[in-house]
Design a protein. Structure first.
Length: 95
């Protein structure tokens, strides 16, 4: 089964996350129509809802970059041919 994950940038200061930090987890529309990320507090292990900038939200593609980091929708990637003589930069997006 494929794990579906999201990320978004925080819009406020939280106990453990600065404004503009990336947070990772599930995405929900909260009661005031703002988008929040349900994520784990790294200090307590508790699940928390953190409001994120809707324009920053991206879904994980299930692929990894050359360093092994997950690639998310909205990432800018560099694609090279086999001998590295030609490359392009592209923004990752879903269909």
């Amino acid at each position: 089964m494929r794990k579906i994950g999201f990320r978004g940038k925080t819009i406020n200061l939280y106990k453990w996350a600065q404004k503009g930090d990336w947070v990772y987890g599930g995405i929900v529309l909260n009661r005031n129509d703002a988008i929040s990320c349900i994520t784990e507090n790294p200090f307590t292990g508790d699940m928390e809802s953190i409001e994120v900038d809707s324009g920053s939200v991206g879904q994980c593609t299930g692929f990894q970059d050359v360093r092994g980091d997950p690639i998310y929708e909205g990432d800018i990637i560099r694609i090279e041919d086999e001998d590295s003589s030609t490359h392009i930069n592209a923004v990752v997006c879903f269909g």
